[in-house]
Design a protein around this ligand. Structure first.
Ligand SMILES: N[C@@H](CCC(=O)N[C@@H](CS)C(=O)NCC(=O)O)C(=O)O
Length: 339
């Protein structure tokens, strides 16, 4: 049996760094292994799907999918918990975990491959990571290949000339709201990182490494920038806050982004998958959004709905459940979660 976990990942993969940040916070012994040609043979022994991150346990079990990985580790290493004790804050954190992974990824993927400057920056970093010993000629061939392949994939997250302004507006508005929320606050739910921080951060950290969104963050959002740095090696600086003190600056994010954009999008995506459709359109805050449905997201919405449905077991006290429902209802998320 090995004495530590191994995380096969890539710095430019939001889900990889999300999991690494979690392991660092929890103090779980681990080794970060860059997934490239050198580690490929070992990676393939344990990966069921060709994605990163892959976590290999000390017992040599391969784990994939960042959300279940964190949930599994949380059951093995429950302390310090990443779930606020306030029931409303705890469920909002679960909701932001999903929002970060699924909607935040649209900001990240879109900005990374929309403009020449970002395409070249990221393709250059990926090529250098894949072929650390390559010369300049080999690198430029690889950069061109990576760039072409990834630019041709942006439709996958729904990025298109039609949706580009919607995605960029969503990012800029979220950034402004997070900037306000993170004034005098180390993490999204208080003085220690929560479940929701890790997922939101994986995307925002990656956005920060790309020239265009990185410049926007550095120019407009210094509190977010400090949080991005902090989350690389997160540590508890105090306790979680209760919902009452988070609400004034977190509720606007729930209403305007999660309830108004993400929930209608994910619900429409799930219906399109269920109906076997090739493409779907949905009105998001008065603008039409069209894309091919994303299979994985229908699965993760189902998982989120199960977490919502399990709340009565978790909180026997009726007022807790009612308080959660009241906030979700005001945020426009309740109907979507009930399915
Ligand atoms: N739902 C998965 C998503 C993982 C994922 O999509 N990883 C991307 C990189 S961020 C990937 O490995 N893509 C295939 C590839 O790079 O070959 C998770 O949460 O871990």
């Amino acid at each position: 049996m090995a004495d530590r976990y191994r995380i096969f990942g890539v710095e430019l993969s939001p889900y990889s760094v999300k999991v690494r940040s979690y392991f660092r916070y929890k103090g779980i012994p681990h080794q970060w292994i860059i997934r490239n040609a050198d580690s490929q043979a070992e990676y393939q022994k344990y990966a069921r799907l060709p994605i990163v991150p892959l976590v290999v346990t000390p017992e040599n079990e391969g784990l994939q999918d960042s959300t279940p990985i964190i949930e599994r580790m949380e059951s093995v290493y429950p302390q310090p918990s990443i779930h606020p004790s306030d029931p409303v804050a705890a469920f909002v954190s679960v909701l932001l975990e999903e929002f970060g992974d699924e909607w935040g990824n649209k900001w990240m993927f879109h900005y990374r491959w929309a403009r020449d400057v970002d395409q070249l920056s990221c393709a250059g970093r990926l090529a250098r990571m894949m072929m650390p010993a390559a010369d300049e000629a080999q690198l430029s061939t690889m950069i061109a290949q990576v760039r072409e392949r990834m630019v041709g994939r942006v439709w996958f997250v729904g990025s298109s000339p039609q949706t580009a302004p919607q995605i960029e507006d969503s990012f800029c508005e979220t950034l402004a709201m997070l900037e306000t929320h993170l004034a005098n606050r180390a993490y999204l739910f208080g003085a220690r990182p929560a479940f929701g921080d890790f997922a939101m951060w994986g995307q925002l950290y990656n956005l920060w490494t790309d020239p265009t969104p990185g410049a926007i963050i550095e120019a407009r959002a210094t509190n977010v920038l400090a949080w991005i740095h902090r989350m690389l090696w997160p540590r508890a600086e105090g306790n979680f806050e209760d919902w009452a003190s988070l609400e004034p600056t977190l509720m606007p994010l729930l209403e305007r982004q999660v309830g108004r954009l993400f929930m209608p999008w994910t619900t429409a995506n799930a219906s399109a998958i269920a109906g076997g459709r090739e493409e779907f359109s949905v009105e998001l805050a008065g603008r039409t959004w069209t894309q091919k449905p994303q299979k994985y997201h229908a699965k993760s919405l189902a998982a989120l709905r199960e977490k919502y449905a399990a709340l009565p077991e978790k909180y026997a006290a009726l007022p807790d459940k009612r308080a959660i429902d009241a906030v979700l209802d005001r945020a426009g998320c309740l109907a979507g979660l009930r399915g």
